[in-house]
Design a binder for this molecule. Sequence first.
Ligand code: NPW
Ligand code: ADP
Ligand code: K
Length: 599
Amino acid sequence: MRMIQRSEKRAQDLRNRAFSAETVRGMEHPLLERGVPLMRMAAQTTAQEAIRLLEKNGIHVNEANVVLLAGAGNNGGDGLYAAAALAGRGATLTVIAVGKSLHSSALLACMQAGGKVLVLDPESRIPGTSNGFGLGEAGERLEAALDIAIESDLVIDAMTGIGARGPLRGLPATLAQGFMKRAGRTDQENDDHTNGTVPTGHSGAPLVLAVDTPSGVGVDDGTLPGIHVPADVTMTFGALKPCAMLPPASYACGKVILVDFGFDIDGVTPACESIGPHVSSAIRLPRAKDAKYSRGVVGLITGSARFPGAAVLSSKAAARANVGMIRYLGPAAVAGSVVSALPEAVAAKGHVQAWVVGSGVPDAQHAQAADEQRTAIRSLLGNYDLGRDADRAMNMPPICVDAGALDLLPRHVPGHVVLTPHAGELASLLRRLDEDTTRETVEDSPIDCAARVHDLTGATVLLKGAVTAVLGAAPRQTGDDHTTTVRICGSGPAWLATAGSGDVLAGIMGALLAQQDEGSLQHDPEKVALTAASAAYIHGLAGQIASGTTACGWQPPFLMDPAESILTLDDPHAGHPIIASDIVEAIPEAFERAMEQAR
Ligand SMILES: NC(=O)C1=CN([C@@H]2O[C@H](COP(=O)(O)OP(=O)(O)OC[C@H]3O[C@@H](n4cnc5c(N)ncnc54)[C@H](OP(=O)(O)O)[C@@H]3O)[C@@H](O)[C@H]2O)[C@@H](O)CC1
Ligand SMILES: Nc1ncnc2c1ncn2[C@@H]1O[C@H](COP(=O)(O)OP(=O)(O)O)[C@@H](O)[C@H]1O
Ligand SMILES: [K+]
């Protein structure tokens, strides 16, 4: 098989961009026209990974019991050829046919290699198998299929790939439901399997290898619309699909291996993108002629008598994140704590290049009627109200609106207003905008909900989570009156879920906004989104450094060439607990690493 020619840039683009199913089909087309055997390439690499995965778990392929869940489409075809290769290497193979038909030549290959086929649909017409059984027998066959699947070493899920439409239905849904129940696998458990680690021997249940996409995930929108089969490893072909990048579907993919088919992705618009490779463009290196003011000044109205720590953490984080100075402008008592923890902080008014407001400030529900901080923030945010004075709003410095300031946001603001809610805060924001939303809705459809807030307010929205999503405006395309880019950042380890972590992010955000050339963000929402995502990336990297792990919310996939044999995939160190102050300490090294990664 031919080797793929791949520049470093193409490798980065492949690993950090995901394309819709339709776009992927468009990229497959010219290769299929030229007779490139894509299905064989997909199958061969899948078989290789199956062997590696089994061996990693102490099972040699010729002793392995493998079950293939095969759908009627080409995804089933990929799976059948892969399974045939495993049977050819001595594995005991059972094919469970969930559709009315199977890819005929791939099925033949399986049968010739000694695979047994168990058909579940009484109305199926599959050559070489017994047809025409009744509903009673169908039920028995389903039970038998589940028994075999649960007792196997490896389940290869080839029910649906990019041809999936809507939630899983019919026999694939029933089978998935039964399998998940017997395996005792919950979504929660699979969340724990992300972060680039392959679980070994989870409660004796079989390993799961997904072909192209786990069956049941929302391929294009990254949702989990119903029952699905979470995978330990997903082998995906040609290019990443959004489900391998966007939460919550990305959590169901496990470790992702992308087989490079040689698609020409240059100039093809991705559906979503991970920030990784672009972070350094948001970092302004100090210059010979710099003085502290030209490196950027951050103004903070954060913390409160109740949460003075948030003022300290956000100020310290901003001060460490490559700016010339920070101004702390909260109440005198809190300013005292800030200055004693950070003598570098200036507690006096003056010009700033970016603002951070709201971290550790009470929201409307918890504040006293005349809360000093909220009054100051309300008055500052009023300047960003496009409905009041658009010129003024456009000329204000960029601002990070966090936590308690989110409910003070004017209805229409420019893109250089960056909101940093977590799921609960985004739900409250949507309710304030008259949308009936709960935290659960946001967790189920985070991208959709964040896009909604961006559409309704105009602000750039950074929704925090294990995978953080940034929704901001994209350059307008001809014919479109509005487009939105979806950027994700998955550099943060789960150790970041600790009190004050969000305050640290807000500080880093203010510092990154402040160090962009003055006036450059106000008319460049694309750059704002990139800067916001970069702040989340550095925050995540600092979390990795502080906790001693490289396991994180989203890892770019491993790239594999069809001609390659077996990859070595190391599991990351688990790391150790941290407090928010540890993240602050690690910020300078995170900057260094981000710049090194760009070289
Ligand atoms: N083009 C190529 O040569 C290459 C393609 N490649 C591979 O092909 C895959 C795409 O193949 P595809 O287009 O055949 O669709 P596929 O994912 O098999 O799904 C169709 C089947 O799913 C079923 N189904 C759908 N929705 C469902 C639901 N909600 N619930 C239940 N069932 C549902 C649907 O049933 P139906 O709707 O017809 O009843 C039909 O049976 C791609 O992901 C990659 O793996 C690679 O090998 C590279 C070369
Ligand atoms: N499981 C996780 N994995 C990775 N990062 C996480 C996880 N949970 C939270 N984080 C990150 O930690 C930060 C928590 O912020 P926030 O919810 O505002 O907490 P707090 O208010 O306690 O500071 C966010 O940046 C978020 O993305
Ligand atoms: K699949």
